[in-house]
Write a protein that binds this ligand. Sequence first.
Ligand SMILES: [Zn+2]
Length: 384
Amino acid sequence: MIFTYQYIKHDIEKLQEILDFLFYDVWLVAEGPFDIEKLNGNKDLKDIYEELGNIDYDPTSTKKNQKGKSAYFFNSSIENIYNEFAKINDDNFKLELIDFYSINNDIESLCSNKLKTPITYPELKARNPDLEGALYNFYSKLYGNESPFNLDIFGKLNEVLILSHYNSFMMANDSGICPFCGIYPIDGNYVSTREAYDHYLPKAIYPFNSINFKNLSPMCYKCNSGNKSTNDPINHIKGRKLAFYPYANNHSEIEFQFELLSKNVKSITPSEYTLSISAPAKNEEIETWKRIFKTDRKYKADGSIEYYSRYDELICNKHKAKEWFEDIFDYYENAKSISDIEDADKYYEKVVKATTRNPKLVENTIKRKFLEECKMKGLFNINP
Ligand SMILES: [Zn+2]
């Protein structure tokens, strides 16, 4: 990614704290049948459970009753998962689950350390299909329109908590640019719409982290839906990979190298230049990022193109490189004397300098590299 976000503390983290309590203090120690007394260690949650239990709901009725359905879903999920844990008589497996719960929620370590081994739903299913089923049923619905956390009693996740989190988040992260591509804008606090939050480690693959905000971050629509989608950055199943952590405090400098292979800059096509992107000491992370966000060209085995880099459009669109070049070339072309050429040089310097003002915008970096390459290759040279 081009830059990282700053993580913010927010009340929304209380939802994950509820889940932590359920895992460590209710499910892991499950013994005998479930009853409300099992929640004694968390008075607030006990009150919530009791109140939700008083809401009328008939699971067999076809009448729409979202409130009742959510309340029933939350309470019955706690009980179902409890019952599955109570059946486990292998203490070593429980100890493993403690590790997996902790690791699946340690997004930063999973991104930066391949020795950290998470657990996926298919892996859990192979060990204990009933437990996997109960956990998947619960965790896969905790985020989104069907989440029980949308109920008043939890502070209304969708209608209130996320909006409040987004507002605070955008105050702390106010560049207005998507850090995953550096191309598209991110909705800020002065528009009525907002970007969707992406589960960096997909919630359909990994249990336990679907409401962990270290695993959630706003992402532009193109990155989220068109490119990353449900791809797994750490690629645990197909061959473990390192990945950038969206909230890393120290993010490597991303370097762009651009080289012209032809002088045909006025109608340039991807085959007429090379654009390579690197990050010192973070080779694997940058390759992961290119793969997930399609920020590098991909070729088929026969050498034909599978897809272009998303940055190719930033160069080949007729209003980009062609206009960047012509804007400066006109000054050199009209030069009648040495002092005119000096003025053109000054203009070139000014345009290049302007591209350094916002390094988070990739188009600025590409424009600078392109113009520097044009200058170095002598494409502005005119004899008065
Ligand atoms: Zn983006």
